[in-house]
Ligand binder design. Structure first.
Ligand SMILES: O=C1O[C@H](COP(=O)(O)O)[C@@H](O)[C@H](O)[C@H]1O
Length: 485
């Protein structure tokens, strides 16, 4: 997800205390329903000060450290115990005093030694350890919280501006040579692994970081400001001090390419959304749908109430009787759509996750729309092929809120499933402004770009795109109409 929440604290000391409190609370919260929990630690000033603040906090004894695994986002390639190693500093600040933490739960990046003579060897060994904890198909564990400091040049982990390492994909780790910040040899996680983390927290303090903070939050190319590419799948949180935000005021104007709470933007946008929600009051069933999704720990990526009402009005405006949705999640948008239909209207909603489908189905039963909504579980591309083979009655409206990588293919498949004049609404196509970056390493951004190219070249479609801000941050919809071609 490309939305970034930003929380600003008065100074670096309060920031470190707040990061520690937030981390401990998050661990406690996660441990109420998941074990083990995987956390990535960072080096750097705020990172280490935050670990020291964890060590001081009485709350640290409430955490079940036997269920916490600790990893590092990067390491300075130096001998074991070297004072400049991130591991050494983390051990001194916190780990050495955490008796309850099993040694086997600590996964440092291998140090320089006779057995590990190069950063490449260390990167390979660390990648093997990561892989041994990875769920099927992933290179590393899905980190629950991945902490990253940021240098004044905008580097995160040891991914530096202008270095090829920022573009490396398909592997978990990279060896770094010629680091502009000493020491020159380092090992780093790749963006593939960083971006598979559930929550990414970037911590930064000091006026010398202000330009990089502003650049990252304004969605600069990752090659220029690597921190712009540090995104979590469920949440991206920037925890900064006031000095680090002196240049960061995106969002005040309408062109802010990301959401910024502490610096005022999303707070302001959310307040405006809240005021306009008098136009889109949620009934008990909609509130219940949002709550059930939250309680089931589904990603917080459903549409906002105003966006839901927008879909609802579109469905009514095109006189939709048959609606297709790609990406059910917890069924919140589905419910807005179902509510717009005549009594014989139906929604077919496609969901890849059986767990999400289960949550949504229960929601539809409670909302009393289960006879109008059919949840089809499986990869959307396969389900669309099946619908085409079944020769189903054409759809009037399609809402696409699924993986962005496959958007162009979905559009091709949907072309044969809708009536002429049908409307296809595609969510999250602006991606915090990153969509304009042809070199952007995020394959979701490239997926949106391919989708737009397809619309342009295919005479069966006529389209526009609308950038949006609101409680969901800065993003946008594409509206695509099936022509008679
Ligand atoms: O060298 C490094 O620097 C960054 C940022 O450090 P800071 O002292 O400017 O806060 C850190 O995140 C990284 O882990 C570390 O290796």
């Amino acid at each position: 997800m490309s939305r970034r929440d930003v929380v600003v604290h008065p100074d670096a000391t309060v920031l470190a205390d707040a990061v520690a409190a937030r981390l401990l609370t998050r661990l406690l919260d996660l441990q109420s329903h998941r074990s083990p929990v995987h956390v990535v630690l960072t080096g750097g000033t705020v990172g280490i000060a935050s670990l020291a603040a964890v060590a001081r906090s009485p709350l640290r004894d409430a955490v079940d450290w036997t269920g916490v695994h600790l990893w590092w986002g990067d390491e300075r390639f130096l001998p074991d115990g070297h004072a400049a190693r991130n591991e050494t500093q983390a051990r001194e600040a916190l780990l050495d005093g955490l008796d309850a933490l099993p040694a086997a739960n600590v996964h440092p990046i291998p140090a320089l030694s006779q057995d590990v003579p190069t950063p490449e060897a260390a990167a390979a060994a660390y990648a093997r350890t990561l892989a041994s904890f990875a769920p099927p198909g992933l290179l590393a564990p899905r980190f629950d919280v991945a902490l990253f400091g940021m240098g004044p040049d905008g580097h995160v982990a040891s991914l530096f501006p202008g270095h090829d390492t920022v573009h490396v994909t398909g592997v978990a780790t990279v060896a770094v040579h010629d680091s502009p910040k000493p020491p020159p040899l380092r090992v780093s996680l790749t963006f593939d692994v960083v971006r598979a983390s559930r929550e990414v927290w970037v911590v930064a303090a000091g006026a010398e970081k202000a330009a990089a903070v502003a650049s990252a939050l304004s969605g600069a190319p990752v090659a220029e400001t690597p921190a712009a590419g540090a995104l979590g799948t469920e949440r991206t949180l920037w925890l900064v001090d006031a000095a680090a935000t002196t240049e960061a005021a995106p969002g005040a104007a309408g062109d802010a390419p990301t959401s910024v709470e502490g610096a005022g933007a999303v707070e302001g946008w959310s307040a405006v959304d809240a005021w306009f929600e008098q136009l889109a009051p949620q009934d008990v069933a909609l509130v219940d749908a949002a709550r059930s999704a939250r309680e089931a720990d589904l990603p917080d990526i459903a549409v906002s109430p105003l966006q839901g009402k927008f879909l609802h009005l579109l469905a009514q405006a095109v006189g939709a009787r048959r609606v297709l949705e790609l990406g059910t999640l917890g069924g919140y948008s589905t419910l807005w759509l179902a509510r717009a239909l005549p009594p014989d209207g139906t929604v077919a909603t496609l969901e890849v996750s059986p767990e999400h489908a289960r949550v949504a189905r229960e929601t539809f039963v409670r909302a009393g729309v289960d006879d109008q909504v059919e949840v089809l579980v499986g990869p959307a591309a396969q389900t669309l092929d099946r619908l085409a083979a079944d020769g189903i009655e054409p759809f009037d409206l399609v809402f696409v809120d699924a993986d962005k990588q496959t958007l162009a293919q979905y559009l091709d498949q949907v072309a044969g499933l809708v009536r002429p004049g049908a409307l296809v609404v595609v969510d999250n196509v602006v991606r915090g402004g990153a969509v304009v970056d042809a070199q952007h390493p995020d394959d979701r951004v490239q997926g949106v770009r391919r989708f737009v190219e397809r619309v342009v070249e295919d005479p069966r479609w006529d389209a526009t795109a609308l950038q949006t801000v609101g409680s969901k941050g800065y993003d946008g919809f594409a509206l695509v109409r099936r022509t008679t071609a």
